[in-house]
Design a protein around this ligand. Structure first.
Ligand code: UVW
Length: 317
């Protein structure tokens, strides 16, 4: 099999470039109008909150994309600095305090990707020149998403439960028709402009055996087809949220190309990607009360020119 270029593979793929203006940097999040936000708020029934961020510095390990390293946290000041001969600063009244800092990949935990995070053919989302990424993203960085915020009606599609497994296996794929079947089995309908949360529980394998997890690394997930991309376009999906590191099958089994949907959905349609979420408590609750639609709200950190940012999305049911 000859692996095609993304340029060739996605030559006829739909695009939203220019749809929200030549200066747009938030893409399909534009679908999340005040009506959508209120529609999501209207789903709040029992006041239950679910935070979807994974723990940064988890003693059990931080799952990250190969080549990235987990965040490290360094203690700068603690009580030991006020020990005999210590360098703790002296404040009037005897104040002591703790300070620490982290060194982290901005894509190394639960995160929003900036729309300019990936590209091919020398252009990022909305046709901006890929040279605008040099030294930091001058266009389509995570900052406009952070300034805007994300809120709306969301649905959980529990693919692991739908397939009656604890977790999806490496390399396992599904597509939009499977999402619709999963929704139907859960008694819901995916509506236009829904934020999609997809559970695979694949990272359970990372927490069982982190070294084995990276051998022949190929996460399960959505797999490219022209029909799937058209479905996302027709459904005006604003945000794809999953519990895997990269939201899609790592290497497409049909053509050998890596991260096709990052390009077809994020670069071309401007769909925001939220990755490495922990959907376990939410999924358990949905299975218990049978309610798979809810209010979702998130805002990544406002980091100038960044290609992504950590986030702790919140679901309210
Ligand atoms: C890459 O794009 C390589 O990774 P991610 O979107 O998972 O941060």
């Amino acid at each position: 099999m000859t692996t095609p270029d993304l340029t060739e593979l996605l030559a006829d793929s739909p695009s939203n470039w220019g749809k929200w203006g030549t200066d747009d940097e938030v893409g399909s999040l534009n679908y999340l109008t005040p009506e959508q936000v209120l529609g999501g708020v209207g789903l709040i029934r029992k006041g239950a909150l679910f935070t979807l961020q994974r723990l940064i510095g988890d003693p059990a390990g931080d799952p990250v994309w190969p080549g990235r390293s987990p965040a490290t946290r360094e203690m700068i000041l603690d009580e030991s600095h006020w020990d005999e001969g210590g360098d703790g600063p002296a404040f009037p009244g005897g104040l002591h305090y703790a300070d620490d800092k982290i060194n982290a990949f901005l894509q190394g935990s639960t995160q929003y990707d900036a729309l300019g995070h990936v590209w091919y053919d020398g252009q990022i989302y909305n046709g901006y020149d890929a040279r605008t990424t040099v030294g930091g993203l001058d266009k389509a960085s995570v900052e406009p998403i952070a300034q805007r915020g994300v809120a709306g009606r969301a649905v959980l599609l529990d693919m692991a439960r739908f397939r009656d497994v604890n977790h999806l296996a490496a390399g396992e794929t599904f597509d939009h028709t499977d999402l619709e079947k999963c929704a139907a089995a859960q008694g819901i309908e995916i509506k236009p402009r829904d934020i999609l949360l997809i559970r695979t529980n694949h990272l359970a394998l990372f927490f069982q055996d982190s070294e084995g997890f990276y051998g022949d690394f190929c996460e399960p997930g959505l797999v490219y087809s022209p029909e799937l991309v058209q479905w996302f376009q027709n459904m005006e999906i604003p945000n794809l949220v999953t519990d895997t590191i990269a939201n899609e099958i790592t290497t497409d089994p049909h053509n050998g190309v890596a991260l096709v949907l990052h390009n077809a959905l994020m670069r071309n349609l401007g769909i925001a990607f939220t990755e490495i979420c922990d959907l376990e408590k939410l999924a358990e609750d949905c299975a218990t009360d049978g309610v798979y639609e809810f209010f979702y709200v998130a805002a990544p950190l406002k980091i100038h020119r960044a290609s992504g940012s950590p986030v702790n999305p919140v679901v309210i049911k």
